[in-house]
Design a protein around this ligand. Structure first.
Ligand SMILES: [Cu+2]
Length: 360
């Protein structure tokens, strides 16, 4: 009996070895190829046009689902965090926030994730738009030099945060690894004239060292929830000077607003405007709420707001937890156009407070 079982085991082993020697790729890759074929089926493959804040990719005109190919590269980059101070950001595609991804419900996201981080640190992506363990994190983890490809079907429309979730997750988020992915509903979103990408987040640093313009990350300050900076689009002043958002009166504006956190809830408000439509918590299925002054955006959440610009001038985006404007949670939208004395008029000249962050 023993003799026979040894014989059969030997025969089975020889069979496997011959298969391995003569057909190594087909034997190994067949399962993956089958899995991928299931996803791709007859769907067209489109390259996602990625944009960086405050730019948003154009609306999707496709009426049928597609495989949307997205290339994300994790890494590190030294950039200015505030005037006079640099910081080593952890990035997606060399930016904080990472690129804006635009897809449609029913699409399959084809994610190519690679890593250029010289420290050898692994990174991955948790897409809040993805249904399944870790939002994709366990199948997208790579170290420098690796690339992984995954396919995720987008089942629910909405505006979603994505972020790195490699351990310790709070350090990866606190250092800048997040962005937004929009999953349009089947009929798309109502037409507007201008769309902007704005993402709020906080940075936690050690006190500056004398003679150095570099700020170091502080995990301890993160634990205490005491940020040095609370900013829009990755650094203090991103929407000031050359970065001011530009529009014209009469235009309808949509802001895709995300909150990367990692800790704070945002009280998002635009000074001088009332949101005509708020897709609360970025719910793009229900009818939007109307006439909202300030809307809450949780850490790891998003919202979509729409309004029309009637009166020319400067509008100030803030987190209305107002001390935070001194930490950077402030930016400007300039509306060009003819005065509207039927809406906004005074016997006095407008007096703006030179140097103040709220009414520049
Ligand atoms: Cu990471």
């Amino acid at each position: 009996m023993k003799k026979y079982s040894t014989y059969f085991f030997g025969q089975w082993l020889a069979f496997i070895l011959i298969g391995w020697v003569f057909f190594p790729e087909s034997v190994l890759a067949q399962t993956d190829a089958e899995k991928i074929a299931e996803w791709k089926s007859d769907l067209p493959v489109v390259e996602a046009p990625l944009t960086f804040a405050p730019e948003v990719p154009p609306p999707i005109t496709r009426k049928e689902p597609a495989v949307v190919r997205v290339k994300l590269v994790s890494g590190r980059k030294d950039m200015e965090i505030a005037p006079g101070f640099k910081y080593t950001f952890w990035t997606f595609n060399d930016h904080v926030p990472g690129p804006f991804i635009r897809a449609r419900v029913g699409d399959t996201l084809e994610v190519h994730h690679s890593n250029t981080d010289d420290t050898g640190m692994p990174h991955n992506i948790d897409f809040h738009a993805v249904t399944g363990p870790g939002g994709g994190a366990p199948v997208t983890t790579v170290v420098k030099g690796e690339e992984k490809v995954s396919w995720f079907k987008l089942l629910q429309p909405g505006l979603y945060i994505y972020h790195c979730a490699a351990p310790p997750v709070m350090d990866h988020i606190a250092n800048g690894m997040y962005g937004l992915i929009l999953v349009e509903p089947e009929g798309g979103l109502p037409k507007v004239d201008k769309e902007f990408y704005v993402l709020q987040s906080e940075f936690y640093t050690e006190p500056e060292k004398e003679g150095s313009d570099f700020l170091e990350y502080s995990h301890a300050k993160g634990l205490e929830e005491h940020p040095r900076f609370v900013v829009f689009n990755g650094h203090f002043g991103s929407m000031m000077g050359d970065g001011v958002l530009k529009a014209k009166t009469g235009e309808r504006i949509r802001i895709f607003f995300g909150n990367g956190g990692p800790n704070l809830i945002s009280s998002f408000h635009v000074i001088g405007e009332i949101f005509e439509n708020v897709y609360r918590e970025a719910d793009l299925i229900s009818a939007p709420a109307h006439s909202i002054q300030t809307t809450l955006v949780p850490a790891g959440g998003a919202t979509v707001v729409e309004f029309q610009l009637e009166v020319p001038g400067t509008y100030t985006l803030v987190d209305h937890a107002i001390f935070r404007i001194e930490k950077g949670a402030v930016g400007y939208l300039e509306a060009a156009g003819e005065p509207r004395h039927d809406i906004y008029v005074s016997q006095e000249e407008a007096v703006n407070c030179k140097g103040c962050l709220v009414h520049p």
